[in-house]
Design a protein around this ligand. Structure first.
Ligand SMILES: *Cc1c(COP(=O)(O)O)cnc(C)c1O
Length: 412
């Protein structure tokens, strides 16, 4: 099985060839994954891992969920792509599902998170111009945020390390410290087209917004006539224990961006908007060749139905709190964890040993996790995980912490 899936190449050969032919934009771990099923993945040597990275919050249904696989197989043999000059059934049904299950009225489909953010920024500026005239174009975002790598999205990203070398960036952006209410109030003016926020910052280190910050963001957007945009690319679709993370805050934005888990592992993104805001886009204003193609739409519809019918949002609440309690116990016992934060099955764990070292030690023991900062691990496992999976992951983490301390003592 392993040899078959790696096409006769040894893991070492795959790594060497990838490093030779692919641009060096990723700092990759030397692990060649060849197969996945549910919460588990296998490497080219046939070793099994519990996958608590889950494609970075993409594989929320686990790997190769049977309903998504069946939908893709079936649609692939019927109609994979047709231009958005025409109507298609899967895209229409997917749009209807999203509108019926959220407070939003209309959907635009794209292929990724960054594209969803781009679409939201363009829609917000178009709306502001139409509603208020010239001069209202500013976008206010949070420091430590992450919104993607295209020019608008990377400009919106409030982290200088993602800007360096790519200047000049897109004009008209302002940044405020996340959860700083006073700074937000000062930044939003009659020049502001929109405030763009992640309800739970993901790449930045798993930081939930405070209730007050989100409430004030909503209020001042209302007062100043600016739009509120939530980037739920990572935290949306059940991840935090609500279908949309914004439900925790009791606030509906004007626009919400989705991607990552939307296609059950297949690439697709979307922006959702109210009728009033969506009406700013006229034919020709925005487009995507592949956006909402029948294959991606069929995958996403199967994925969303699985989330709903298999009760995965409730599972994220249940297993998420079980996981959190287990991590809190490990914190008390080990003295090597300083903080556990997050919502549902989107958890950050601050550790006293280098997070990268822990990632390797966990991997050697059969658990895939991600270091989101030098001292912070991020857990975004499939929403399908069980308590037994959590027990296994926490036991591995405990062993890895012990091993990390031993390594540090041996090589201080
Ligand atoms: C991953 C992510 C993006 C970018 O998504 P891509 O599909 O990589 O373009 C945007 N916003 C948030 C919050 C993300 O986590």
């Amino acid at each position: 099985m392993a040899a078959e899936n790696s096409a006769g190449f040894s893991p070492r050969e795959v790594v060497a060839l990838a490093d030779k032919y692919i641009m060096k934009t990723y700092g990759r771990l030397p692990l060649v994954l060849v197969r996945g099923a549910g919460v588990r993945v296998w490497d080219a040597a046939g070793r099994e891992y519990l996958d608590f990275v889950a494609g970075l919050a993409v594989n929320s249904l686990g790997h190769c969920h049977p309903r998504v696989v069946a939908a893709i197989r079936e649609q692939a043999g019927v109609l994979m792509h047709c231009s958005n000059l025409y109507y298609s059934v899967p895209q229409t049904m997917l749009a209807r599902w999203l509108v019926e299950h959220t407070p939003y009225d209309r959907v635009f489909f794209c292929n990724s998170g960054a594209e969803a953010v781009e679409g939201a920024l363009k829609l917000a500026r178009k709306y502001a111009k139409k509603r208020w005239g010239e001069g209202r174009f500013e976008i206010v975002t949070a420091l430590n945020s992450f919104h993607g790598r295209t020019y608008g999205a990377v400009t919106a990203t409030g982290q200088p390390k993602y800007h360096q070398g790519f200047e000049p960036l897109v004009p008209g952006f302002r940044y405020v410290p996340f959860n700083d209410v006073a700074a937000l109030e000062a930044a939003v003016t009659d020049k502001t087209a929109a405030v763009l926020l992640e309800p739970v910052q993901g790449e930045g280190g798993v930081y939930p917004a405070t209730d007050e910050f989100i409430r004030v963001a909503w209020e001042i957007c209302q007062q100043r006539g600016a739009l509120l945009i939530f980037d739920e690319v990572q935290c949306g679709l059940g991840r935090t224990g609500r279908f949309l993370a914004q439900e925790h805050y009791g606030v509906t934005a004007d626009i919400t961006c989705l991607a990552k888990a939307l296609g059950g592992g297949f690439p697709i993104g979307a922006l959702l908007a109210t009728e009033e805001v969506a009406s700013a886009f006229a034919p020709g204003d925005h487009a995507s060749t592949f956006g909402g193609n029948p294959l991606a739409a069929a995958a996403a519809l199967a994925a969303l139905r699985a989330i709903e019918e298999e009760g995965l949002v409730a599972n994220a609440v249940r297993v998420g709190s079980y996981f959190r309690e287990a991590l809190e116990r490990l914190r008390a016992q080990s003295g090597l964890i300083t903080e556990v934060r997050g919502l549902g099955l989107m958890l950050g764990v601050v550790v006293k040993v280098p997070a990268k070292q822990l990632v390797s030690l966990c991997q050697e023991r059969g658990l895939i996790v991600n270091a989101v900062k030098e001292d912070t691990l991020r857990f975004v496992p499939p929403l399908t995980i069980s308590r037994e999976d959590v027990d296994r992951a926490v036991a591995i983490l405990q062993a890895a912490l012990t091993a990390a301390v031993r390594e540090i003592e041996l090589n201080p």
